[in-house]
Design a protein around this ligand. Sequence first.
Ligand code: ATP
Length: 843
Amino acid sequence: MSDGEEDCSFLSLPAAAFPQHTALTTTDQLETSQHNHDQQLLIQKVTWSCSWTSAYTLQEKVCEFQARLRREEASRCLQLQRLQQSHEQSPQEKTNVIHTLQEELHTALPNGVRAVQRLGEPQEHQQHSNRLIQEGEQLIVALRTQVGELEEKLLDQNQEVERLRSELGATDLEKHLELLVVENERLKQELKACKTSLLQEAPPPACTTTDCPHSQVWVRQLEESKRHAGEMQRQLEESKCQAFAAELCSLRILRYQSRSPAPHLSLSSPTLSISLSLSSLSVQYVTEIVEVESTESQQAVAEAQAKSVALQEQLSLQRQLLRELETQLHDSQRTSTQLRAQILVYEGEMERAQGQLEAEMQNLEEEKNRVIEEAFIRAESEMKAVHENLAGVRMNLLTLQPALRTLTCDYNCLKRQVQDFPFMLEKAITEAKQEICQVIGEVSSANQELLRKYKREMNLRKKCHNELVRIKGNIRVFCRVRPVCRGEHDSAENMVSFDPDDDALLYLSNKVKLMTFELDKVFHPQATQEEVFQEVQSLVTSCIDGFNVCIFAYGQTGSGKTYTMEGVAKDPGINQRALRLLFSEVTEKAPDWDFKITVSMVEIYNETLRNLLGDIQGEKLDIKMNPDGSGQLYVPGLTEFTVQSPEDINRVFELGHMNRATACTNLNEHSSRSHALLIITVAGVNSSTGHRTQGKLNLVDLAGSERIAKSGAEGSRLREAQCINKSLSALGDVINALRSRHSHVPFRNSRLTYLLSDSLSGDSKTLMMVQVSPLVSNMSESVCSLKFAQRVRTIELGNATRRQWENSSTSSSPTHDRTHSHMKSHTRVLGQPRPYVKPSPDH
Ligand SMILES: Nc1ncnc2c1ncn2[C@@H]1O[C@H](COP(=O)(O)OP(=O)(O)OP(=O)(O)O)[C@@H](O)[C@H]1O
């Protein structure tokens, strides 16, 4: 039989005594706040019930309630145990939960006590109800009084229970629990620290199980736990002894009660323990005792019963405590076992780590020894080398010391020189300046003297040059043999030959005879344009000195006249080269002389004069006598282009070539049958003396000189040939007249001779370039051209030193002394009428 069953066994009231009490089933209805009300209600119910059946029913309900109450207390105790055993919660949380549970327990215990008391009340009421049934309403009042007293005693008992509980049970248990929790935390910390040190300080220090402080702590803890378990065991034994003594005492009381049921039973000892077997007494016995007991004895018995209940509770608490202690002991033993196992594991790990550490130490030691040995060997070799170097350095030092002394002396000497250098430099600079100034003066005077001599020599050279030209004659005849062109199969090797020793001889040979021609200069087919111009440039530059010059190319068609005079774009002929030379010469003479170069370009076709630089293409011009009565000729409308830069030269030739090509449908054929004239006028004035000079250069590309019979021309071609022959024969006649010194020179017989009359006069210089074809087929024409050239070469035009001169002062020209001038200056602005010099008929 359980404790609860024993408690309610003496209240074996009949069932269904209070049918209307079925609502009293929950713990809430038995709370303290409802206690008085429930007591009153219960008393009323008891009063109203007059049968034993109702009492038994009430007893069953009470027993059921007590059983539930104990189950709740047991579950709370178990929960408290679980919480105390839990090591995962923090101590503060555990303490809070324990306090909460203790409060609940404190609340539940009085309720349980009151409930037990109330269980006694029905019994008391049942006992008194039998009398009250008989005695009436007075007993109810007495019962109420007793109930009040019982309540007061119940309160005392509760206080006593609390005191006992605080002294014996819960306080020690809590302290022990706290100690265990603290110890547990400390062990956890040590275990964690031990793990950390093992991980960090690998390998761990070598220690044995007996030397390890953790093991010693655990062993001490184990021993302490054992000791604690022994104390708990001892307390359990004491509790058992107390329970046994209480049981004996209760049995003695019962025997005493059975022997002498005195009305004043003394149960005053507070330490008296009542056995649980007290509850096993039958209700019948209690009823009989109560019937014969007095009021005081009944009260004493009730007190004893209450104390018995309290002691029973203490006993149950002690048993519970014992079980807890036993559980703790088991846990401690299990923990000790686990700790031992863990210690063994740690010791194994430490041994392994120590072994690894020793192996690594050994390896490191070997490595260290090896490295030290290598370093030692290396250091020895280096030391040896250093010693050798040191010996060499010492030797060098010994040899360098004298050199250093010498260098020091040199350095001191140089230092003194450097210190004196500024003064010496200044002195040297001053002397050098004086010398330089003196030398500059000497050089300047020498330069002046040299310049004076140079000018004198230049004048002398020009005089000699002009004298040479005069001695050579005013008409010079050159011959140029063109090469065999591509596509020409005729060979000239057998027809034309040259004298290697004399460049003035040319041989023409046919099948019959060999003809020799003596000219001023013969150019072989390989002669370049530059070589040809080298020979004629002295004539060109004499134009600057005021001479009239005429250079014309003569020869049959295709003999190379145009090539010599105009040339090609990549290799220009005499025209372009002469103009560029004049431009560069007058530029060099600036600023002493201010020269102006003007250019005109005309062609004579079928005895018609055409302007090639005019705005009107193919404009026909005429040669007229100047109306001023000077007897000079001029060409009205002739365009003169002033050349001021090399680019102007190019523009002049481009314009002239374009106008000539536009005026003629077939340029090649047309050019063969017309005379092309480039007229360059050079007029200068000396800026210091005011002397003026003017020369004219006529560059003429004559038409082909074929014979009409050979060409077989008819119609217009015949007329062209007749005009060409007329002009060429007129040129021959003029030259013959000049050679024969006739009184009349027929300049007017053709436009060509009329236009060139001033350049063919006595003081002019004429160069005839006879062009010869190397082809055998052109043999007869070549012979005719060369014969004509030889005749011209014999002409004496007069004194070439005579030139155009305008200033009447006695000073000399740039290169010559002043002589007679027969030509007046007739420069004009571009496009304006220009007087033309008419040659003197005397010439
Ligand atoms: N010295 C030379 N070197 C190279 N080729 C030349 C030479 N002389 C003339 N020629 C060439 O011979 C050909 C005829 O020359 P060019 O036209 O000058 O003869 P031309 O006497 O002026 O003829 P035309 O009376 O018909 O005008 C041209 O193709 C020209 O290039």
